[in-house]
Design a protein around this ligand. Sequence first.
Ligand SMILES: [Zn+2]
Length: 455
Amino acid sequence: MALEIYNSLTKQIEKFTPIEENKVKYYSCGPTVYDTAHIGNFRAYITVDILKRTLSFLGYNVDHVMNLTDVDDKTIKRSIVENTSLKDITEKYTSIFFEDLDSLNLIRANDYTKATDYIDQMIDMISTLLDKGFAYKTDDGSVYFDISSYKDYGQLTNVDMSQMLANAQNRIKSDEYEKEQVEDFALWKSYDKDDGDVFWDSPFGKGRPGWHIECSAMAKAKLGETIDIHSGGVDNKFPHHENEIAQSECANGVKFANYFLHNEHILVDNKKMSKSLGNFYRLEDVSSMVSDILAFKYLVLTTHYRKQLNFTKDSLLAADNTLTNLKKHIREIYTEEKGSAIASYMSSFKEALESDLNTSLALAKMWDMIKDTAHTSADRYATLMEMDKVLGLRLDHIKPENIEVSQDIIDLAESRLEAKKNKNYEQADVFRDKIKELGYEILDLPDDKYKIIKP
Ligand SMILES: [Zn+2]
């Protein structure tokens, strides 16, 4: 089998074939650094991580670029509200973003491109669109993309063409809007006094770029005109990705991305997450509810990325318990002895991932493996370490703790062993229960050996 992924462009599952053999040019939309990211954003970044890790696991060399939107409507508004410079605001939230990424053990991109570092490339692309007749200038010095000039506009989200033509004379200057509002969108926004000191000079006049052109220009600058995979949350489909496709394909004259991947939303208690409903969670909120923040990552992996994930306190706590249980199993099978990964389990694990990143099935394979006592602990441990290269749950950090055990416990354990040797299993269980009451657990090893652990 080879990797198969659902392509939002063709709306079907396709075999993944990169442009260059073994190399993947991958662009994913990153954060707008005006606030702390919420758990819905992190679902997207976890999906990015799993895709990347899967590609690397399958032998591909991934060149991953993620943007940091450090100038747009939201960042400017926030800097005004907080009475701070745009740079200070965006740097603050960029560093929080990286801390959060690390806490979830998400592999960093090869490049994080800041939009403000690519203003020249954006101006170049807008100039090309003007030259080619896909864009026009308005009296106020803004530049708009003419959606009626691009016959494939709306291919990703099936925009209603009749509505589009009816709206074709209208223009929208804000970065975000609804599908029903499909209109000519801003490539360059002429200076407005609300922009404060945020502006650049350009051949079109003083102003700033629209949000969508940022990604088109940065993807081209770092990865070239045609990339293999572009991804983002489903909320990025319209208008953001639709507009990126239009700008890039019209400016470059070639296909923008061969595969588009979109992950679904997170719901909280079956409702859309929103600050006004009081069901809005950031990573730090989640962190205070669990023993290990990776329980959130585990929870995300239990649901296919194209299905909505209903986040509840109970589902989070269940994931936390499962992860704790997994760690307990790891401590049991942990050994310094070198084993080798079990081929049959590795291949079913790989097949699950190749099937449009079926992470819940991959986790099920992992559990089957870890409980399969037909294989040695050393081999199971080695298999688990291989699997965790994709899961990224930091399982290699789990080691049996060096615990200090008092003589009472050792005596109980020895008495239990004695009882077992005499086939007095009932008595052996009594000793085991006593040990448990004192907060320890006995793990039986081959040849009448045992290990005392603190679960
Ligand atoms: Zn983007």
